[in-house]
Design a protein around this ligand. Structure first.
Ligand SMILES: [Zn+2]
Ligand SMILES: [Zn+2]
Length: 351
């Protein structure tokens, strides 16, 4: 009898139902790669999926979550070119069909047939993760420079999504930028805006989070208490050239139009829970203030590679955003921490 190859995995079976169990290690088929996971970071999306449940995941269809992952190539399926075992890699989770106009344009993350590791395919909260053919062929498996740690590479995924929003916001030096939400996503927005030479204002309901943010980025101007009052007094009544909502709060989206300066740009970055749709917006503010209102979701592969280069070139530090490590067995504890918004990025690490 052949020895069964198994691995430890955190599998979701439905709402608030995570089980740490042993499952077979996937065998890479034609064009596929098996990655031995080293680091997988917990994201707000994981918390949301587990708290509210996720379509297609139930008692008979369990899934391994985790879309922010990095590791080492353990095995290579037949026909894979350009990779070898032992290479250290970061894996971009999103993949499109590869042949529709959206994919050909480089926006596979918006493809109607979009799939993603840790969302609708098994992801990184396990010792091994199978990278499907579309992702391998699409270039999702990105080689790491020697100086880039697995932790940093895992956290590059949310950074790439933030960078997508950043590109849309077209921030110029001297722009007054308001970020609402001081979680890891909000702080990454702050980091990129500072890099671009903006004056950055940050608001959050939690004084603790604001204080932590100020420690990381002393140049940030904090707005505690009434947001509109604080912003207007900090901008001589002008408002913000760019408003980025990095929180899932409908009222903040509505208010963003009031907070924007004339000719301002607004990025709705954080999604809103389906039961809170639609969010009321005063379109006259868009009209009379000549605002540009936009949103972004996920990231393209080139954006993922671009931010990975930010990390390897040392122009942007994400190490300081990783505030806790946990072994897989402690996944529920790590999840709870992420749920409560304690610290910034919680990373599951494997030996
Ligand atoms: Zn994420
Ligand atoms: Zn496509």
């Amino acid at each position: 009898m052949m020895e069964e190859r198994t691995m430890a995995a955190a599998r979701m079976y439905g709402r608030n139902e995570i089980r740490i169990e042993r499952v077979p290690i996937p065998v890479p088929g034609e064009g596929e790669i098996l990655v031995k996971v080293a680091s997988a970071a917990i994201c707000g999306t994981d918390v949301r999926m587990i708290t509210y449940g996720s379509a297609g995941i139930d008692e008979s269809h369990p899934r391994i979550l985790g879309h922010e992952l990095a590791g080492t190539i353990a095995e290579i399926g037949p026909g894979v070119k350009g990779y070898r075992t032992g290479q250290r890699v970061a894996v971009a989770p999103n993949m499109g069909c590869g042949i529709c106009d959206t994919c050909v344009k480089g926006n596979g993350h918006l493809c109607p047939d979009y799939k993603a590791l840790g969302i609708n395919l098994d992801g990184g909260f396990a010792q091994y993760c199978l990278i499907p053919r579309e992702a391998v062929r699409g270039g999702n498996v990105c080689l790491l420079e020697d100086g880039v740690s697995f932790d940093e590479a895992a956290v590059n995924e949310p950074l790439s999504c933030v960078y997508n929003g950043f590109e849309q916001a077209r921030i110029h030096p001297g722009d007054l930028v308001l970020v609402v939400g001081a979680g890891p996503i909000g702080l990454m927005h702050c980091a990129l805006a500072l890099m671009a030479g903006a004056v950055v204002f940050l608001n959050d309901l939690s004084m603790e989070r604001l204080a932590e943010a100020k420690k990381l980025y002393p140049a940030i101007r904090l707005i505690a208490g009434d947001l509109k009052e604080g912003l207007m007094s900090g901008t001589r009544g002008k408002g913000a050239d760019v408003v980025i909502t990095a929180c899932p709060v409908p009222a903040v989206q509505s208010q963003a139009l009031e907070l924007a300066a004339l000719g301002g740009r607004i990025i709705f970055f954080g999604g809103i829970a389906a039961e809170k749709e639609p969010v009321p917006i005063n379109t006259n503010l868009i009209h009379y203030k000549q605002l540009l209102v936009s949103g972004t979701t996920r990231a393209s592969l080139i954006q993922y590679r671009r931010t990975l280069a930010f990390i390897s070139e040392g122009v942007l530090d994400v190490k300081s955003m990783i505030t806790a490590h946990f072994p897989l067995e402690q996944f529920p504890i790590a999840l709870e921490k992420a749920h409560k918004g304690e610290g910034l990025k919680n990373v599951i690490v494997f030996e």
